[in-house]
Design a protein around this ligand. Structure first.
Ligand SMILES: Cc1ncc(COP(=O)(O)O)c(C=O)c1O
Length: 495
């Protein structure tokens, strides 16, 4: 059954809206709330009568606003059933098949949640992609940035390092985090992954070794390999970083660069503390390895307490990679590099071999968002905290044999299964309508078929459907022969 958004909940979600005229302001506020997912796709909207009372507006205002919403494709009405949230193009507009596999269901639904006899697109639960919807305020930032745009239209629009105002805003972000940074040390990229590719081109030559954690975010490994690097791995334990093992791998591999994710490591979710960063920085310095530090998840601390200092505070020679994708929205496609002054020329040259700069409009949007960053990020964190807690409770209830450490932040739960059959569970899960990533996808050194990564970015009802289906799949596979997995997984597009 479609979830219902009550009138009082809707009034809270909409907040203050423009009342000149009220029906237009209400329609716009509703459109934004549906568009950015605060009102989930398919949810039943409150009746006109209830919303009229809750908002203290006239019935005509609500009727006209709903009619406009339907006309714009952000709601559909079903005779006798009510008005339901929709988006133009349907839910598919939010997905790319390269990121989210589209399963073909071949077994009947076993979770009792309404088998429709075939898996429709909107029936798939995506627990692969660790990237959430945009927080409130993004559409408004775009609208305001369009107003800023004319000042740039007289020029050629190419900014191979960064739009000056954005470079200043990113430098100020690092200053606030205790790392003195001038705008000249900032290059804005098309996301953190593009940033990783640029660093790989600049720092690594064919055959150079790059040390990565195992498990690790697979697309970064792909970017390093693409630059010709040979990959060496250092194990990260399921419960914490293993700094001794890291130091041993460093000695053995003698890498030119080390790609690290110290802030809510993807996929384990670990956060390396200051003492650990200090030690790692010293070990890397002693090994003459360039630290390449992916800080994509840095803003997603979900529990109380301070964040450790950025790695660059411990290692001034580090190249830091940031992103707006996790804190705000992947669709912005913006990230940045913060580098030591000495590395600037090399990195800018590498960037010019890939592209000539990021889009001006998006850079203006990010500049505006950075102006109220703590507020923007707070909304994202609040939603993610609730979803993390919900996912943790669901896995404990439905998959009690699965073990995990609850991360203090980030977007994913790294679950250890009782048997090394995660790939088989993922296959069975796919047939049951939930897509998950098994450990081998994150294992450049092979193995890890005892693990499954579960992102908590989906809304609570979707998480629940997904975990129930996953539990049914795990039960089905339980008792299977362990599947050997000595082969490294092929590059995959998991976020
Ligand atoms: C560690 C890490 N780096 C980079 C990315 C990609 O970020 P972007 O969208 O900024 O390219 C992700 C996305 O999941 C990630 O987890």
């Amino acid at each position: 059954m479609a979830p219902l958004v009550s009138a009082s909940r809707m009034a809270t979600l909409l907040g203050d809206f423009d009342r000149s005229p009220a029906y237009l302001g209400l329609a716009e506020a509703l459109r934004l709330a549906v568009g950015d997912g605060r009102v989930p796709f398919g949810a039943r909207l409150p009746s006109e009568r209830e919303l009229t009372t809750a908002l203290g507006v006239s019935r005509t205002t609500v009727t006209r606003a709903y009619a406009l919403l339907v006309e714009q494709g952000y709601a559909v009405t079903r005779r006798g059933a009510g008005t339901f949230a929709h988006v133009p193009g349907g839910p598919d507009r939010a997905r790319d098949r390269a990121l989210t596999p589209r399963p073909t269901r071949t077994v009947p639904r076993a979770d009792g949640l309404g088998d429709r006899g075939g898996l429709g697109d909107d029936d798939l639960v995506d627990l692969v992609c660790a990237a959430g919807s945009a927080p409130p305020g993004v559409a408004e930032a775009y609208a305001a940035a369009v107003g800023d745009l004319p000042a740039y239209l007289g020029g050629h629009g190419y900014f191979p390092t960064a739009l000056p105002c954005l470079a200043e805003a990113v430098a100020a972000l690092y200053e606030r985090r205790g790392v003195p940074t001038s705008p000249d040390q900032v290059v804005v990229t098309a996301g953190a992954l593009a940033g990783t590719a640029i660093v790989a081109q600049a720092v690594l030559g064919p055959g150079d070794r790059a040390l990565v954690e195992n498990p690790v975010y697979p697309n970064a490994v792909h970017a390093l390999r693409h630059a010709g690097a040979r990959i060496a791995t250092a194990p990260v334990a399921p419960t914490a970083w293993d700094l001794d093992a890291y130091a041993a791998a460093l000695r053995q591999a003698a890498p030119r660069a080390a790609y690290l994710i110290c802030d809510f490591q993807n996929p384990t979710g670990h956060l390396l503390d200051d003492a650990g960063r200090e030690r790692l920085a010293a070990d890397l310095r002693a090994a003459h390895a360039v630290p390449v530090v992916d800080e994509s998840h840095r803003d997603l601390l979900l529990d109380d307490g301070p964040m450790p200092a950025p790695f660059a505070a411990h290692a001034p020679e580090a190249i830091s990679i940031g992103s707006a994708s996790k804190a705000v929205w992947g669709g912005l496609r913006l990230g940045w590099l913060r580098m030591p002054t000495a590395a600037t020329a090399e990195l800018v040259e590498a960037r010019l071999g890939l592209d000539l700069g990021a889009p001006v409009l998006e850079q203006l949007v990010l500049t505006r968002l950075l102006a109220t960053w703590p507020e923007v990020v707070r909304a994202q964190r609040e939603r993610l905290r609730a979803q993390r807690d919900h996912l943790v409770a669901l896995v404990r209830e439905h998959l009690p044999a699965w073990r995990f450490t609850v991360p203090r932040g980030g977007m994913v739960l790294w679950c250890e299964l009782p048997a090394p059959n995660a790939s088989a569970v993922a296959l069975a899960a796919e047939r049951r309508g939930v897509a998950v990533s098994a450990g081998p996808q994150f294992a450049p050194g092979g193995g890890l078929d005892r693990f499954v990564r579960l992102p908590w970015v989906a809304p609570p009802d979707e998480l629940e459907r997904g975990v129930r289906r996953l539990a049914a799949a795990a039960a089905e596979v339980d008792g299977d022969e362990p599947r050997g997995s000595g082969r490294p997984a092929a590059p995959v597009l998991v976020a």
